[in-house]
Design a protein. Sequence first.
Length: 434
Amino acid sequence: MKRTISLMLAVLVVLSSGSAAFGAKVAKPNITAAGAMVYCQNTGEIVYSKNSQKKLEPFSVTKLMTVLLAVQNLPLDKEVTVSAKAASQKEASINLKEGEILTVEDLIYAALLPSGNDAAYALGEAVSGDMETFIALMNKTAKNIGCKKTHFTNPSGMQAKRHYTTASDMMEIVKVALSNDIIRKAAGSTKYTIEKTNKSKKRVLHSHIKFLSDKESGVYAGKTGYWDTYNCSIALGYKKDGLSLFVVIMGDTVAERTKDVKKLIQYATAKVEGQKVIGSGKESGRVRIKHGAKTSVTAYTAETGYAYLPKEASAKLISTKTVMRDDVEAPVKAGTVVGTYQIYVADELVNEVNLVITEDIDQGWFPSYLGISNFATIIICIVFILLLTLFLTISITKARNRRRKRMMKKQRIMEIAMEEMRREQERKERDWRF
């Protein structure tokens, strides 16, 4: 009986430890944020959700809506004259002056990178003429894109009673905003320079998102929100190894916000299963090198390529295509990106893996301008020399043969002449005897 009980306990220990090890890969992370959501663009699924319908203050993440409306309604080169009201905005600012003239593009970067409240206010006025009309447009747009529990009262995210949203609603805004090329570029920049204006010296703006400075983080764009040490938020776009995510965190602390982002990304990458399409360092065709010592070299994948499929989707939906650059010109260094290995799911491009060369290619000799490599040039020269040598050898041999024939002919003529002379001499001698 004791042995049976011991055996059962041992089995339970093994099973529990095994399930714990398995569960560690997919267990929901424990985060400090009051509300959060992670959405996978590849599969169209919500990978993580915590209090996603809870009304929370977005703080400066609000500015994603502000710049979205600016991009939709204004040309980037439009000049905006800063009003007294915009210049007087408190908290975060880039110290805009009343009457200062900047472009819409400058104000977008100023609103996103250092989170200038004055820049956001100036954009709102530029879009609608007055702030009341702009706030109405913000709320109407939020409703149109699917936000059900969102209400804005200002363009910057300044703390206010009726200024709120949810992680779920903010995710809808993030999807639209970061899908815009202009916003994605601005929200993904670490630095931007506003040149000297009529009221200010040159300004150099810096992003608050540290993830953008780390190339390995996978974060390509985003916006932070901050009120104080215990009230902050963040919205990010993430793409790595073909996995595309949007991350929204609200009601977090400064100390835990970065940790929570990392936890959620780690969780999402473990939860969303990727189909390995091609490994790193695999041959993927040849690329032509203009004016190179070599006119074509093998290209290799720079990293592993994955495809992330929606649930129940078949791997048969995956297809690939190799696209090489046609402007690669020597000299080029090893590691140069010369093309892309494109991965499609149901004819939709879902991932691109860089193709690189693994050797330095120096500039070629003159024939390289005709598409002939140095090696081919050497071979052609050797063949030419051999053919020339053969031609000269044959010509010399023929000349010698002709000369020999002429000499033999001459010698034969002389022999015939000598024979005739000898015969003539003999005839004369016979005549003398008679």
